[in-house]
Design a protein around this ligand. Sequence first.
Ligand code: GLN
Length: 492
Amino acid sequence: MSAWHERRAHEIAGAVRTGAVSAVEVTRAFLERIDAVDGEVNAYTEVWRAEAEARAAAIDAKRDRGEALGALAGVPVALKALLCTTEGTTDCSSRMLKGFRSPYDATVVRRLRDADAVLPGKVNMDEFAMGSSTENSAIKKTRNPWNLDCVPGGSSGGSAASVAADECAFALGSDTGGSIRQPAALCGCVGVKPTYGRVSRYGLVAFASSLDQIGPLTKDVEDAALALNIICGRDPMDATSAAVPVPDFTASLTGEVKGLRIGLPKEYFTSQLGSEMREKVERAIAVLEEQGAETVEVSLPHTDHGVAVYYIISPAEASANLARFDGVRYGFRHPDAETVDDLYVLTKSDGFGTEVQRRIMLGTYVLSSGYYDAYYLKAQKVRALIRQDFDRAFAQCDVLVTPTSPTPAFRFGEKTDDPLEMYLSDIYTISANLAAIPGISVPCGLTSAGLPAGLQIMARHFDEATMLRVAHCYEQHRGFDPGKPPIARGAA
Ligand code: GLN
């Protein structure tokens, strides 16, 4: 029998509910695991040891009183550092918010608590979720459990690494342009970006409000369905959360894809995709065909503009959202300022890292008078075209299948001197955010260097159920066990 920290969330919750194991025992297993490996992985920025144990004990007491336990009974869930929690700090891995304590819980955090999950702490990320490698964190360098010399991806790199190294049962991340799916692909786990509006953003520190979504990073598709059942749904505290019924996602995992039409967008299979990644994705498509799915080539003609549009719209929104960090209201305040102007300049120059400053400048520029029409407005128009591409494609197929990332995990420093090169990590994931559709990444093999590759599946708005069904069917029939990274085997 495998150790508790290696188990899936659904197995843990089942065992805690029946009393086969106590929540305290499970929590201790994970805390020991964190002690054993996090010195190498550096996924956590804070571990809430006493709180997690107390919470587990309260769950056990509830069970002893004969009360029914929630769907995540005793399941340890790690939280990306931009989700507001009354426990610990919410620092977005930024100097600006070092030590910041939120007076309230994000809606997703409240829902996890209501489902009897245990919260072991906060995990690392690119500062304010800007990046694709977690190297933009002001706190620490998180390493990829599959190869400690490589990045875990980003911006939810701590979330992905903590799941891959068995330091939590699953984690929550956020995805503005790929930040759940890309690190999930690079760390060999499952990652879901739900439809925009599916999950409440209340208590998520905003990066780009028209693109941000919270979602789970898990060890399998069944756990992703379980997590989505808890976090999805309308929330009166977020006006953009949709009043669309949430189906039972677990029930949608039928194992059947017969007759489903899978679209293969030809713009995603160009020379930018390395041959090894292409071969893995093609093999995955063949698996789905063997299960009775039909494939059809489709076209998303505006794909090439995705990255450019994203790097106008997301910095524009970020420059507005980050204006609140001015040294007066939250977190860091520069001690040497003599005037208000000084206070702003010194606080922002010292409080924000280079990438965040770059985005604020880009955003301010594209929104400034004289440039607004040329950049921001034009980008919004192209965004509408990109969305239209997807509407047309989904008239021909039920889901789209593509690679998640053009490359597997890369080495530290490899892309830090060239922001454009880093931005291209998201060429396959950005469009789903621009079009507001759901996307999932599922492991589809290891490269010859032993690094995970990810398969992306995208679906129509609010059709996570079909997307999960395809992902689950693939996972059941892919014919290999993705295995554990070296760090999880204790070899690193
Ligand atoms: N890597 C992209 C960026 O740097 C996406 C980040 C995200 O999804 N939060 O903006």
